[in-house]
Design a protein around this ligand. Sequence first.
Ligand code: AMP
Ligand code: MG
Length: 279
Amino acid sequence: MSNNLAWKIDEGSKVHLKDYDPGYTDEHADHVKAMQELTDLNNELSDLQEILAAAQKQSLLIILQGMDTSGKDGTIRHVFSGINPQGCEVHAFKEPTPEELAHDFLWRIHKVAPAKGMMGIFNRSHYEDVLVVRVHNLVPEPIWSRRYKEINAFEKLLANNGTIVLKFFLHISYDEQERRLLARQQDKEKAWKLSASDWAERKYWKDYQRAYEDALSQCSTDEAPWYIIPANHKWYRNLAIAHTMVHTMQKYKDDWKQQLEVRGKAELEKLKQIKDQKK
Ligand code: AMP
Ligand code: MG
């Protein structure tokens, strides 16, 4: 399997979402094989997380964004199922509370950024402040338009202090969203997921796509890259995200292990001294 199942956005490039096929699947992948591969990747993720947690050197922040029904919840269920809950925190960002609105837009985000050793998953994020906020004019343009730079500075601060930041845009098509909304409506078991406001938001599809294009273009940086995930096929979406995470974390694995070795040696040395004192 190639190293790239998702499209990484290079810093400074201009994104046009119509150039990215939401129905894309890698030629080597098929549904059945993908299930097996996902199981393997889940196991690998679990091992990598254990080392991340033990090394206490860095943290990992996963940001999930996408239109309604794009599969943010499903991703959390399927990709992170093998992860030790002790080392993982999920935060979902809804409409800000009055207290949150009384602060700068990054206040509620920064408070829950993952500590060293932790994996943090954001179901929506500070990007809503240049998406829904922009589409619905919740703040004036001069305020939202300067947020791209503020976001880049914030994410750089996180990265400089040991946070690995991965941002996934779950890319579905307009037709696929309709299929999913209708499925929720028709399936009594899924009706709880229904939100009448999702149909209302759908009217703003083009505005959202434009807002996403700007966020992806202006806020993909070397230290906090955006990945576009083809998400019309749920199995491929899961595979692409798990694969990108494993591939990224593997780059740090030796460093984390070395950290553990150094710490192990120091502890053994301390133990030896304690034993020697007793003699
Ligand atoms: P859901 O993810 O379906 O639970 O919906 C959460 C809702 O909160 C979505 O409609 C988001 O657009 C909305 N939301 C999240 N963050 C913000 C924000 N900063 N300002 C306004 N609405 C937001
Ligand atoms: Mg919703």
